[in-house]
Design a binder for this molecule. Sequence first.
Ligand code: CS2
Length: 485
Amino acid sequence: MTPTSILSTHAPATVGIVHLGLGAFHRAHQAVYLERNLARHDGGSWGIASANLRSNRQLVELMRERNQRYHVAEYTDSETLTLREVTAIRETLYAGPGGEDLDALLARMSEPDVRIVTLTVTEKGYHLDPADGRLLLEAEPIRHDIAAPTQPQTAPGMLVEALARRFTADTPAFTVLCCDNMPDNGKRTRRAVIELARQRDEELAAWITEHVAFPCSMVDRIVPAMSEADFERLRAQGIDDPAAVTCETFSQWVIEDDFPQGRPDWEHDGVQMVADVAPFESMKLRMLNGSHSLLAYLGVLAGIETVADAIGREEFVDLLRRYMRDEAAPTLNMPEGTDLDAYADSLLARFANDSLHHRLQQIAMDGSQKLPQRWLDGARKQLADDADIRCAALGVAAWIRYTAGRDLAGARHPVDDPMAETFAALHAEYERPESLIAAFLALDAIFPRALAEDARFSDAVLDAYRTLNDRGVATALADLDAPIR
Ligand code: CS2
């Protein structure tokens, strides 16, 4: 394979964007769009200062050692690779536990030149109730930020403190652009920030309400966690870069165009600037992420390791086709001309990309934060139309079984979820499937009551759970072909 190499040649940009959540996704997605933008302008004023808030100080150190330069390896398939050098990130900071850079980060966020703050802190980083989007005032980190607002630990806390400093200094507000996989992600972030600000100062909360824009966005690119094998593969291509990221070639970013303080001219870099992101967001969450989560829980239970391995099996492809066609697409309300069949086909092709080692365990984490927008919102709509919900019910059954921490053959896996202790307690307490399923569906932080109490849903989850446990994944999948009772 001869990779195509794209070097970064633009002049160094000044910092105009602060990003919270310096993970692989940010570096392979947003930073690449900005890299294109800076290349077109030969630098300019939209460089990024990017911070980690909770973990991964090593990455910050690594980026600094490398003068904030790293590679993004984009694989179309095992034969086609583009190697891109990225220098759009101008500064990296670590503001996590023991983080020496919290003051520097807040100072950066208070500068007049910073006009946008973007976020990828994962669903749980907002401390919102997954079911109703309310800020969890009782969550320990939020309580901390209420008690010590000038030394915040959470993303909403940092936004509030930086906005408070701007308010006091009479500096115009920045725009907050959430890039996490949540429905109405801008609105949710806004709610978290305003509710937290209100705990501190009503006047500040009113100023934020009036002056801060929180556009919604939909982000899409598959960026698996790097493995030693990925680094090795890159070394074989002559790239010895411990800060490199590997991803697919596909990338999409749809942003609501609401930036009162200005923004990069992203529309020339492949970003879709639109008036309403909601349909794109629901489409991606239910079709792509919903399919991912089905593969994750059923796949791990069946002892399968990666997305591509699962897609290599016909029964999983059939499952995803059925789920997308019968349970996800009918719940979407797309702009004219959107071809959801073609979208489903393109997703299956992306999942089949075997040059990415996208581990199902990575997708399986934080299910409590992901299920509502991936399956449950759609299932509610389906039930309202008296339509099929069997794939979603099977997914929920698989997820419940997954949270026991063992696959169907008894092999252990870690359960990485803010509610993991609750799940372990439920599995310890309830042995009979009826009681276990009822106890899980009663978790109102995840399952809206109307759904949990709908017998069409709860019976389907219980049936699927029994089949999975007693007869395995293949039988549970084959059962989807049976006529609806
Ligand atoms: C995945 C997403 O880990 C997960 O939950 O479903 O990270 C997915 O790969 C991205 O949203 C793709 O854009």
